[in-house]
Design a protein around this ligand. Sequence first.
Ligand code: ATP
Length: 278
Amino acid sequence: MIQIRQLRKSYGSNHVLHGIDLDVRPGEFVVMLGLSGAGKSTLLRCMNGLNHPDSGMLAVGGIDLMQKHSRRELARHVAMVFQHHNLVPRLSVRKNVLTGRLGQLGTLPSLLQLFRTSDIRLADQCLERVGLAHKADERTEALSGGQMQRVGIARALAQQPQVILADEPVASLDPKTARSVLQYLRDATRELGIAVVCNLHQVDYAREFGDRVVGLAQGRVVFDGAPTDLDEAALQVIYHGEPQEAYPRADAPVPAHATAAVLPSVPWMQASASVGSL
Ligand SMILES: Nc1ncnc2c1ncn2[C@@H]1O[C@H](COP(=O)(O)OP(=O)(O)OP(=O)(O)O)[C@@H](O)[C@H]1O
């Protein structure tokens, strides 16, 4: 689902990523930890096509991101969940979720926001997955921060992506709400076989929600293993730059649910052709 080999990225003379190797499988929830400035967001932005790497190999959802590709094509495979959810406050919850479908529409329907009835049905199913079906017609600005983040997740699911990239999605939420948001994200992606890479600063959440934890320090992968291997010594490696030889690498076992599930086999993810407008 995600394949990265010897990926390098610099901003001018600032060498940020120094040869990253990483594979993420369908249905796997990978939490990325690391100090501020370690390069986590830069790596995520490379995976989302927003940053162009200097060298190496990077394929996400079958798209070779080292080559020229269209944003529309990428949006069919990769969705983002942002720290500040990036919703339109005055729009209804359903319309915000439907914006996740814009990349799948033709140019004219996309400009006119002419959604198919199947898109509307899909948006409602996505809202149901995050426990917000009853809020579909409300204005988004009336929701709490945690609810807005769940709408952001529903919008990402509505893209029917193979990969979701989440950059500190719970940074501004209280611990109880944050756990509930991560639970919704993990459950939905696990059931749908979506690969997730989620940047977090909270080690507790990494242990609780990650199938696998990747630690980045100064642009290098210094830890890659199961959450149960994330002991004090491993944290020293990630956060204090201690030697790394003793730590597990990418040969961590595949979690039972991380199967080769592919999205077209998920019934509700198949679009029909009828057209409707909102
Ligand atoms: N657009 C940019 N232009 C120039 N330098 C950048 C840019 N984005 C990030 N950097 C630099 O790249 C390095 C890594 O930043 P990055 O945001 O990837 O780290 P991070 O691990 O995500 O940090 P945080 O946890 O604080 O978000 C930093 O030195 C930062 O200043």
